[in-house]
Design a protein. Structure first.
Length: 332
């Protein structure tokens, strides 16, 4: 290679390195500005009341954590305060169930957006007890049942919890027993959904066992920082780029992201895709895990919800982040 060629390559490398530094600095500023902006907003949505223990959480918290491809963490607000991950756990139970029984899972649960609220029962009757997708409550209960088969509830729950601890590289992650007990006492709608599916033979295990595991994995408490860590494999083709651990194949990661995009926000999934443009999964605890493929794993938390049961400020924060970073999967 000529001296001029070498100089050209060196120049390109310097430009790339400089761009990388610029992107990192930019992300740091953007995250700090979003956290400051969200802390000030008066519109905060309404905290979930149907699980009494969740209703005790005030609407004032806001947290955000973004982990880029190099493992840099950008955090703001209440990023280290644990909250109830609720339905975000469904991303991880889906991952485990696919690992356990592979594509046979799709005999028990569909892959289409429901266009209905997360706890709706109407579609189940028309579709013979087979839930539309793994992220509505009925679908997640069917997925939990698949993980439970062949195990005691305690073992299945232990496996789910250890998976979260492994992904987040944090053995302190735990279940909030008060939240689990609160939902167990008042989860009449889920009890109805599970019994209805059982009547069609969609659930293999005793309904109370499956629901016990379901309520407890919904009650796992994690901070934004821990959750963003746990989601990293989805942002990087199934692999944690820092440890090199391969969690799922690239194809499976792509498919889980596709389901998060189309079904992760229930009847608000279209609006989330329109405004944010990233695969995302919300929970009624007010958390959202969002994935910028190849770029970042993001967790936001604000307990106030919109009418579809998705975090109000969480969505606004992700909309701002995706727009300012140019991260929408549909382009800038
Ligand atoms: N545990 C909650 C329920 O089953 C989860 C719902 C949610 O987060 N959207 O109702």
């Amino acid at each position: 290679m000529t001296a001029r060629g070498r100089a050209g390559i060196a120049m390109v490398c310097i430009v790339h390195a400089w761009q990388a530094v610029m992107i990192t600095e930019n992300l740091e500023t953007v995250v700090a500005e979003i956290a400051a902006e969200m802390a000030k907003r008066p519109d905060r949505g309404a905290v979930a009341h149907y699980i009494p223990e969740l209703a005790r959480v005030g609407p004032h918290a806001f947290g955000i954590a973004v982990i880029d491809a190099d493992g840099n963490v950008f955090a703001g607000g209440d990023a280290d305060v644990p909250f109830s991950i609720q339905s975000i756990s469904k991303v991880f139970t889906l991952t485990l169930a696919l690992g356990k029984i592979g594509d046979r899972l799709w005999r028990r649960v569909g892959r289409e957006p429901s266009g209905s609220p997360f706890n709706s029962i109407v579609q189940l009757e028309r579709e013979c007890g087979v839930p539309r997708n793994p992220f509505i409550n009925a679908g997640a209960i069917a997925v939990t049942d698949a993980i439970l088969s062949g195990h005691q509830p305690r073992e299945a729950l232990g496996e789910i919890l250890r998976f979260m601890q492994f992904l987040a590289a944090d053995p302190t992650i735990a279940i909030d027993e008060a939240v689990a007990a609160s939902e167990q006492r008042t989860g009449f709608r889920n009890i109805a959904l599970a019994n209805y599916m059982k009547s069609f033979g969609v659930l293999e295990n005793p309904v109370e066992f499956t629901l016990g595991v379901y309520f407890h994995h919904c009650a796992i408490a994690m901070s934004c920082r821990q959750l963003a860590m746990a989601g990293r494999f989805l942002a990087h083709s199934g692999r944690n780029p820092s440890t090199g651990h391969s969690v799922v194949s690239p194809q499976r990661a792509r498919r889980i992201n596709a389901l998060m995009l189309t079904c992760g926000h229930y009847d608000g999934s279209g609006e989330f895709a329109y405004r944010v443009g990233l695969p995302g999964k919300s929970g009624v605890g007010g958390g959202v895990l969002a994935i910028a493929p190849g770029k970042a794993s993001i967790a936001v938390w604000s307990p106030g919800l919109d009418p579809s049961g998705n975090s109000h400020l969480g969505r606004l924060a992700l909309e701002g982040l995706a727009k300012r970073m140019g991260w929408s999967i549909f382009g800038v």
